[in-house]
Design a protein around this ligand. Structure first.
Ligand code: CDM
Ligand code: ATP
Length: 324
């Protein structure tokens, strides 16, 4: 029996359960290369794990079934109606993959996954990826796999480009499809405001829009991608102004072309004193850089007052997926 699992009483049956959390992310730099034959793009990304986290409780079942649903105890801050609560859910896929790769008996190793979400759905902040990362960590403890964090990160890469980073957390450069991670220093927290949009954007559709804009010559087509070292340096120096000036995102133009309302909110954030505004990942969530925590609080309140949107002050880096 592993040391992390606790017991709970459901009816007459004591069921072991484990809870894990995993962070959402923003990309403070996202440089995207040309389309590859496998449908992916090489990226040079600088990831920052932020203080919006997903929580997954894995409750043991001995009938081999795997289920996923909203957590009945933890409050979700986002509308769980937008989430597919079936086998396509990334947390469900994570549990299936882990069980298979560890050679565990599918007749006896089942789990109910209870997910509490804080990260906007389909917002470009890797919320589904964080659910997968938390599910991997929770199920690994529940089933006593003995996998290390790097073993989990390797499995994570099979689930999606952003999943390994949510396992690892902190701040990191991501190469390849984003899964080849190198941690970078980020000593002091960076304070940001994230502004979710009313609706989501499909990640592949945003990448396709980028390819289209490049093919028609509206955007330059790079031969390859290089890491934005100015952003890496700004994180190491914990200098919000340098970070704001250096940040970039190749998916911003395609995301705004698909979701034109974003330009108004970007302008409004700058008008309210943000050091810089940018689309987070594939969008449509926006991120604004603030000078410090107080300024982030003030900015979030101002954006909320002017737009009615629930702007959220966050900070990063925070640690990766772990047991509660
Ligand atoms: C936009 C980012 O969030 C930035 O971190 C990621 O690149 C996307 O990560 P993700 O949502 O975990 O992506 P996946 O689920 O692996 O891929 C979804 C789809 O996005 C596109 N995709 C994703 C990552 C990548 N490096 N190149 C791509 O072209 C592909 O069409 C892929 O089929
Ligand atoms: N656990 C999950 N939570 C949310 N969405 C999920 C989950 N599992 C699968 N999905 C599907 O994945 C899509 C993208 O969800 P997610 O919230 O991860 O987007 P995202 O933050 O834009 O991702 P990324 O930044 O990694 O591209 C959703 O529209 C949904 O259909």
């Amino acid at each position: 029996m592993n040391t992390h699992a606790r017991h709970d009483v459901h009816g007459d049956v004591a069921r072991r359960h484990v809870t894990a959390t995993a962070p959402g992310k923003v990309n403070v730099s996202l440089r995207v290369g040309p389309l590859r034959p496998d449908g992916y793009h090489d990226v040079a990304s600088v990831y920052l794990a932020v203080s919006l986290t997903e929580t997954v409780t894995a409750v043991a079942r001995d009938d081999g079934r795997i289920t996923v649903g909203p957590c009945p105890r933890h409050v979700s801050l986002v509308d769980a109606h937008d989430v597919p609560w079936d086998e396509s859910n990334l947390a469900h896929r994570a549990a299936v993959l882990l069980r298979e790769r560890m050679g565990l008996d599918p007749e006896t190793h089942g789990v109910d996954l209870q997910v509490a979400k804080q990260v906007p759905v389909a917002g470009g902040m890797g919320g589904g990826s964080a659910d997968a990362a938390a599910a991997l960590v929770a199920c690994s403890a529940l089933w006593d796999t003995g996998l290390t964090r790097s073993g989990l990160a390797e499995l994570a890469a099979e689930l999606g480009a952003d999943v390994p980073f949510s396992v690892v957390g902190g701040a990191a450069v991501g190469l390849g499809t984003g899964t080849d991670l190198t941690p970078v220093a980020a000593r002091n927290p960076v304070h940001l405001v994230v502004v979710p949009a009313d609706g989501g954007l499909s990640t592949p559709v945003v990448f396709e829009a980028l390819d289209r804009l490049r093919a028609e010559g509206t955007l330059d087509s790079p031969g390859g991608v290089e890491v934005n070292q100015d952003v890496v340096r700004a994180l190491a120096l914990a200098d919000p102004l340098a970070l704001a000036l250096a940040m970039d995102n190749d998916l911003q133009t395609p995301a705004v072309s698909l979701f034109p309302e974003l330009s108004d909110v970007l302008d409004l954030g700058l008008d309210e004193g943000a050091l810089r505004g940018m689309v987070s990942g594939s969008g449509p969530t926006l991120l604004f850089v603030a000078r410090d925590e107080q300024e982030a609080e003030r900015l979030a309140t101002a954006v909320k007052e002017r737009t009615g949107i629930e702007a959220i002050p966050v900070h990063g880096p925070v640690h990766g997926a772990g047991l509660l």
